[in-house]
Design a binder for this molecule. Structure first.
Ligand SMILES: Nc1ncnc2c1ncn2[C@@H]1O[C@H](COP(=O)(O)OP(=O)(O)OP(=O)(O)O)[C@@H](O)[C@H]1O
Length: 282
């Protein structure tokens, strides 16, 4: 290769130098478990929000987390994502990443993405740009050195657009999307950022019946390639997507199993004061 060709190759605009590419975190799931939460405790002003909590999420599963208001669901998500520090216990991502030793940015970089109940898309940007901004690239150098996306990156965005069903809206401003479409875009942003574990908080709140159905299809289609933990109060929706449901109560796991097992569980029935867990009490 001539010196000139070598220089041209080095500065090709459609390629990112390998040393600038983020190292793909390797996650050891040889025991089939992606997330280990063990003996977890956290108190706020003496109140135990998380109380000796033990939870294991298998690699590739879709898990639903339910529980009454104040059961500790949000606090658990806050601990997993590095927002809240527990008093004791451990949280591991695969067998080698101790999440309690990492900050929020490092945890996100490892492949743990969180979607809050309220969509937080960039309203003034197109759907495509929202996904582009979420690609796992070195943001510090991308805008200045590499103005154009590589073919591979474009293909990745198209793949995500197909998955979330927004290919036709890709040039539309995110602010003009319906509530449901914004939620799907935000899930797409987690996919574009290569999140391996998706923590999804109340995805169908405020959605129409049709949007809810499409969200169920989307989340179930992600399981396998991704691991999805859904916190949801809508029991009909949980029934439509869940294989395994975990019930939290007063910061601990009260019950775990299929929806039928959960509904037949005497502890769950007692906590729900005899109410049908299909009702709004969760
Ligand atoms: N930063 C905090 N300071 C004080 N108390 C807190 C804090 N965060 C959470 N709590 C308390 O911890 C308990 C668990 O709250 P958490 O938000 O985790 O419950 P949740 O299951 O997510 O409820 P919801 O379904 O209403 O969102 C609640 O009693 C809450 O008031």
């Amino acid at each position: 290769m001539s010196a000139m060709t070598q220089i041209r190759e080095t500065f090709r605009r459609d390629q990112v130098w390998s040393f600038l590419q983020p190292a793909q975190a390797s996650v050891d799931v040889s025991k089939d478990i992606l997330l280990y939460v063990e003996d977890l405790n956290v108190s706020f002003d003496g109140f135990k929000a998380i109380n000796n909590l033990n939870l294991y999420i298998n690699d590739g599963e879709l898990r639903c987390l339910i529980g009454a208001n104040g059961a500790g669901k949000t606090t658990l998500m806050d601990i997993i994502t590095g927002k809240t520090e527990p008093d004791s216990g451990s949280v591991w991502f695969g067998q080698t990443h101790n999440l309690l030793e990492q900050d929020e940015a490092a945890i996100a970089h490892l492949g743990i993405g969180r979607k809050f109940q309220k969509p937080t898309v960039f309203e003034e940007h197109t759907v495509f740009t929202n996904l582009e901004l979420s690609l796992k690239t070195n943001k510090a150098v991308l805008p200045t050195l590499f103005a154009r996306l590589s073919t591979q990156q474009k293909a990745r965005i198209q793949e995500v657009l197909d998955t979330i069903g927004l290919s036709e809206q890709q040039d539309q401003m995110a602010g003009s999307l319906s509530h449901g479409q914004k939620q799907w875009l935000e899930i797409g942003m987690l996919l574009a950022s290569d999140s391996r574990l998706l923590l999804v908080d109340e995805p169908v709140a405020g959605m129409t019946a049709e949007e809810t159905e499409r969200t169920a299809e989307l989340l179930t289609s992600l399981a396998g390639k991704h691991t999805v933990v859904v916190v949801e109060h809508d029991m009909a929706f949980v029934r439509s997507i869940a294989r395994t449901v975990t019930v939290l109560h007063q910061g601990s796991v009260l019950a775990e199993g299929t929806m039928d097992e959960i509904q037949a569980n005497p502890d769950v029935i007692e906590v729900y004061l005899g109410e049908d867990p299909e009702g709004e009490a969760a």
